[in-house]
Design a protein around this ligand. Structure first.
Ligand code: SF4
Ligand code: SF4
Length: 99
């Protein structure tokens, strides 16, 4: 399942850097999630990181993108492969700090 951000978003900027897939970006009025990049954090974390940090709980499952674990896993792998092909140009983000 891809997740989505609702109009209750207060644009606090907290979730965007937490997304391991760079799926979150500023939209016209509030933040948005690219369903082609959101794996519900499958492949990275046990829980969706954006949901964990959002102070107003405005990130539900997107009813237009109900997907099973296999689909999310395949997306994760596709994103990893795309990231590796970009790696020769340098990493996009620093790895998360340990601890
Ligand atoms: S669930 Fe994970 S992959 Fe999806 S937008 Fe949130 S942080 Fe990014
Ligand atoms: S953490 Fe929640 S309120 Fe803050 S920008 Fe993200 S979706 Fe909006």
């Amino acid at each position: 399942m891809a997740l989505m951000i609702t109009a209750e978003c207060i644009n606090c900027d907290v979730c965007e850097p937490e997304c391991p897939n760079q799926a979150i970006s500023m939209g016209e009025d509030f933040y948005q999630i690219d369903p082609n990049r959101c794996t519900e954090c499958v492949g990275h974390f046990d829980e969706p990181q954006c949901v964990q940090v959002c102070p107003v709980e405005c990130i539900p499952v997107d009813p237009a993108h109900i997907e099973n674990h296999e689909t999310l896993w395949q997306r994760y792998q596709r994103l990893q492969q795309a990231g590796q092909s970009l790696a020769s140009a340098g990493p996009l983000v620093s790895p998360p700090a340990a601890g």
